[in-house]
Design a protein around this ligand. Structure first.
Ligand SMILES: NC(=O)c1ccc[n+]([C@@H]2O[C@H](COP(=O)([O-])OP(=O)(O)OC[C@H]3O[C@@H](n4cnc5c(N)ncnc54)[C@H](OP(=O)(O)O)[C@@H]3O)[C@@H](O)[C@H]2O)c1
Length: 323
């Protein structure tokens, strides 16, 4: 075979590989966001009576807990604030006629787990949603962030995932069923400079999900790892101006927590491990897969700097005027 013929076949093979990849994406997209709504819905109660949701009093955690309750699950809410816990629990009980139970815990402290474990001991837990998370938003340079805040981010984003999974697994394994949903982020695959630690903690979550899924599959325990792009919640409050700016350009890309949770829960009808959970966010997932990590990091860095640069300039001008 001559060089020309070899290059020709190399080209054909590359096109074929690309075509297969595109078909694979279409198939995945169709199953996750179309088929999952019309197929026979999975009975979430078959995993067990209770669903535990960490960070359940606000944003995505609260919205996801409500979706679970709509499907008949009794809900265990874990967060820091007693008033918010009571109110959310009452709201869920009244609207959906399920039982609730709440545990007050602060995941930034490592001694909260004994108390959680004791309270979960007599419950038939079918689903664990590792949702709690925190973010040092992009308006600060890494070296300016308080050291204490960095530890908190690691303990909340990584520690809670590791420890809560450790707490529920023994009983799930014993009864040979269970479902674990981990709330990661698109930043885990695109990387977000000036949100470096956050992105890294979410990558930790992805790797944990991929590994633990294989480990627990023989016990009939399922794992799903969600990697959404921006969702309008109080987590993004610090970047409110930037989020509103992005929303004006493409509103459909930044849903509220309720819209996101409604979409994400349907994807449980498929057995994909990794999904954005919301179809417009697939655009970001595709972009991340096409670009190299370093390239997407550089593009995002420039973009975020230009967006936040303006905000910071404005803020510092405001501060100067006040002083
Ligand atoms: N919003 C987004 O754009 C986005 C995108 C991708 C991924 N995510 C991920 O989705 C998850 C939920 O985010 P969200 O946007 O819904 O956040 P959120 O609106 O800030 O809600 C966070 C929840 O966690 C609780 N919480 C916070 N710190 C806690 C702590 N130390 N101990 C116990 N509970 C704590 C909060 O309740 P209390 O304050 O009452 O304790 C609240 O219920 C996070 O893991 C986040 O990384 C969010």
């Amino acid at each position: 075979m001559g060089y020309e013929e070899a290059f020709f076949w190399l080209g054909v093979l590359s096109c074929l590989a690309l075509l297969i990849r595109i078909l694979f994406y279409f198939h995945k997209f169709f199953k996750l966001f179309v088929w999952s709504r019309w197929c026979k819905q999975i009975d979430l109660k078959s995993f067990g009576k209770w669903a535990v949701v960490t960070g359940a009093t606000d944003g995505i955690g609260k919205a996801y807990a409500i979706e679970l309750a709509k499907r008949g699950m009794d809900i265990i809410l874990i967060s820091r604030n007693e008033t918010k816990l009571t109110n959310t629990a009452l709201e869920i009980e009244k609207s959906h006629g399920v039982k609730t139970f709440w545990i007050k815990a602060d995941f930034s402290t490592r001694d909260c787990y004994g108390h959680i474990e004791k309270n979960l001991d007599d419950k038939d837990i079918g689903i664990l949603v590792n949702n709690v998370g925190t973010l040092q938003f992009v308006s600060q340079e890494y070296n300016e962030i308080e050291k204490e805040s960095l530890w908190k981010e690691i303990d909340i984003n990584c520690g809670a995932l590791a420890m809560m999974t450790r707490i529920v697994l023994p009983k799930m394994k014993q009864k040979r069923k269970g479902l674990i949903v981990n709330m990661s982020s698109i930043s885990s695959i695109t990387t977000f400079p000036t949100m470096s630690l956050y992105a890294a903690t979410k990558s930790f979550m992805n790797m944990f999900s991929v590994s633990i899924e294989v480990e627990v599959a023989p016990y009939n325990i399922r794992v799903q790892n969600l990697i959404p792009y921006f969702i309008e919640t109080k987590l993004l409050q610090e970047g409110e101006e930037v989020i509103q700016n992005l929303k004006r350009k493409a509103k459909f890309m930044i849903p509220d927590a309720e819209t996101y949770a409604k979409s994400a829960i349907y994807t449980l009808n498929t057995d994909y491990l990794m999904t954005t959970g919301y179809w417009p966010h697939v655009i970001m997932e595709l972009a991340a897969n096409v670009l190299s990590i370093r390239m997407s990091a550089k593009i995002l860095h420039n973009r975020l700097q230009s967006m936040f640069g303006k905000k910071l300039k404005k803020d510092s001008n405001k501060a100067k005027t006040i002083s």
